[in-house]
Design a protein around this ligand. Sequence first.
Ligand code: GLU
Length: 512
Amino acid sequence: MSKVRLRFAPSPTGPLHIGGLRTALYNYLIAKRLDGSFILRIEDTDQKRFNKNAEKHILDSLLWCKILPDESPISPGKFGPYRQSERKEIYKNYVDKLIDQGKAYYAFDDVEELNLLRKAHEKKGETFIYNWENRKDLKNSISLSDKETKVNLDNENYVIRFNSFQEKSENEFIVFHDEIRGEIKVDLKLLDDKIIFKNDGMPTYHLANVVDDHLMEISHVVRGEEWLPSLALHHLLYEAFNWEKPIFAHLPLILKPTGKGKLSKRDGEKFGIPVYPIEWQENKNLSYLGFREIGFEIDAFVNFISMIGWNPGTEDEIFSLKELVNNFDIKRIIKSGAKYDYEKAKWFNLEHLKRIETESLKVEFSNLILDRIDNFLNTNKINKLIELTKERINFKNDLVDEACHILDYDSNKMKENLSKINLNEDIIKLINFFKNTVGNEIELNNLKEDYFNEMKNLNIKVGDGMKSLRLCLTSQLNGADLFKIIDILNKKTINTRLENSLKIMYDKIRNN
Ligand code: GLU
């Protein structure tokens, strides 16, 4: 197989959740790292579980994350169609070949009867497996005469099963390789004769998946761990067709935030965390917010997802999509389940926000900020305000509120917080000193130095002196770097706030 081609092959049975997205992402990263193609194939052979909104959710999610397929149902390449329901004719041909070679057979068993058999086995603590041991006792083209088979076939009520093992076979085991798990050995006698073709004329997942991977010249199959038990069957199918096999890699499970058990779609509600990249409208009255709606940066979200089950082997954690492509290595995907930690997702967002150029945030947000606090701000310093703010928020949408909050002042709050500092005459002297110094157009660094010297002169602890000044200027007791705030506030505001705060302080001292 010369060209590298990887595919993401979701079944459109519901919204794309973060597990599916991670599979898509890893396929994309491996494909791009190796200069190959990334393909989206919609596996919609299960008509019963089909959800008409799912494909759009899958496509929109990939689009939002910029994980763009080179070939897909909406941008087909030369291997189309890219929806299995539109490839129906193709599969029949292949299943017929298997039947002709005795590698598959027709089965006519009544579903109810099989269910009864299953239950009877369960009662005995056993599992019913339709396979080499009992297929001759069941109702199929192996156990029935040609004539009986023909009658049943004419009724058009049959499925086709894969003949996974024959009593006289030389090999009782199959050994294959998984890129993540290494060598795997499976006892063929334990496999069941899976249905590969249904009576609605559609192949099942197994057949369609293998046929399409072959026809679409897929070089690497990278998918969730839940498909590992099917890998032996898939190998047997490749062998039955005499086709070259792709490389296989089965990704670890994503675990619940508690680290116990597989993350399920229901965990979103249970833990109050998003599990979809973008919003999903379940029905008229119920919808779930995605990471997009919560306000995540695309790069941050993709970076977070990339790290659930993979690491670059260095201390580096922050990557853009492009950087992930350059660093991603299938060999560093872990085997064991990886926990979904929403707090970590927020941390990634914060780190990516720091990477955004202040200038671009300024273009996006300066008008909104100015609308609200134009009167406090030294408008030349809006860049500094944005720089200070972006370090302190998890989401970009919080930038305006936080910027306003940093520069906020409220007399009542000031009074309330005043009781929490060690107020005395010297503190008032210190604040007065600051007020006089700041009025003299002094350089910020000098101002800071002078203020610190004065604290020393008055024998005031740095903590007390800083807290008091912060209180007088912002009515808060803690927050962003105070001297940066002083730099950003305009002189008039500083003066008014100091006068107001000093007055409140005098009153308090007098009344004590
Ligand atoms: N349609 C399967 C799924 O939704 C694809 C599994 C595979 O990638 O082979 O999980």
